[in-house]
Design a protein around this ligand. Structure first.
Ligand code: NAP
Length: 259
């Protein structure tokens, strides 16, 4: 009953051709939403991905864009709006380590790359989506929703070589506070989903032994799966479920870290 309001909602999810973003897209499609997938590359199995989302009951389209680039963020938002007629929910999910580099190896180019993919991306995509989210809220009388994807690293500082990544995620944890202060009047809510260690391509550099060691330190005894994160997005996207929740971080981490 709470999530029925997501039927027909127009939901743009950055970085959603695999991993956490794709699992979220699948959950929204099951609820009858209109979902925009995004990635830098067109996935080889794109037709299958889209057919699967459509067969679940949703509408789905792919928007190729490198959201580290402001111009691409603007183009992606306008292409999504041209296809679906507006935006009700924006999920700023794309992000990543770029590489693991200790402090003495961080140069200007690496600094720019990590900031661009994690912070510029979310800020610029939100910037261009804002008028559409506001218009959707005005038309429906319900709140629109922006969801950021933070990280356990944004709380702890990050693992080896991930100091800059951790700092960008802390920036995302923080920036929504300002947006809540200055854009709640537009009928938009801003929240963050902050995952712990989730077993996606993000951790492709780790051996099975390393993953088992990390899992043994997690109170729920296992790494997260992308499907563990999706319900938090569904909750924060639904006005019926979370219409009075804004400016919050939901940590989905099996107890790995308790802020
Ligand atoms: P993933 O499996 O590596 O998937 C990343 C997705 O983002 C892919 O669809 C990728 O497609 C896309 N992407 C990457 N860079 C992009 C760019 N510049 N522009 C557009 N799309 C881009 O990653 P994940 O584990 O699902 O992570 C998703 C989010 O959760 C990230 O923000 C990550 O920082 C955060 N997170 C992950 C974990 C974890 O343990 N996995 C923990 C905490 C937070 P292309 O490669 O084709 O661009």
């Amino acid at each position: 009953m709470y999530f029925e309001d997501l039927k027909g909602k127009r939901i743009l999810i950055t970085g959603s051709t695999m991993g956490i973003g794709l699992a979220a897209a699948q959950a929204f499609a099951q609820l009858g939403a209109k979902v925009g997938l995004n990635g830098r590359r067109k996935p080889e199995n794109l037709d299958t991905l889209l057919a699967d989302l459509r067969s679940k009951g949703g509408e789905a389209e792919f928007f190729q864009a490198d959201i580290a680039s402001t111009a691409d963020c603007e183009r992606m938002v306008s292409e999504f709006v041209a296809r679906f007629g507006g935006i009700d929910v924006l999920i700023n999910n794309a992000g990543g380590l770029v590489a693991r580099k200790p402090l003495d190896q961080i140069d200007d180019a690496f600094f720019a790359d990590v900031i661009n993919v994690n912070v510029r991306s979310a800020l610029m995509t939100t910037r261009f989506a804002l008028p559409h989210l506001k218009a959707a809220a005005q038309a429906s009388g319900k709140t629109s929703s922006v969801i950021l994807v933070g990280s356990i690293a944004g709380h702890t500082g990050g693992g080896p070589g991930a100091s800059l990544y951790g700092a960008t995620k802390a920036a995302l944890h923080n920036v929504q506070k300002n947006w809540v202060d200055y854009h709640s009047g537009d009928g938009i809510r801003f929240n963050t989903v902050s995952p712990g260690t989730v077993d996606t391509a993000f951790h492709a550099d780790k051996t099975a032994e390393t993953k088992a060691r990390i899992a043994s330190g997690i109170p729920l005894g296992r790494l997260g799966q992308a499907e563990d994160i999706a319900p938090a997005f569904v909750f924060l996207a639904s006005h019926a479920a979370s219409g009075y929740i804004t400016g919050q971080i939901i940590d989905v981490n099996g107890g790995q870290f308790m802020p």
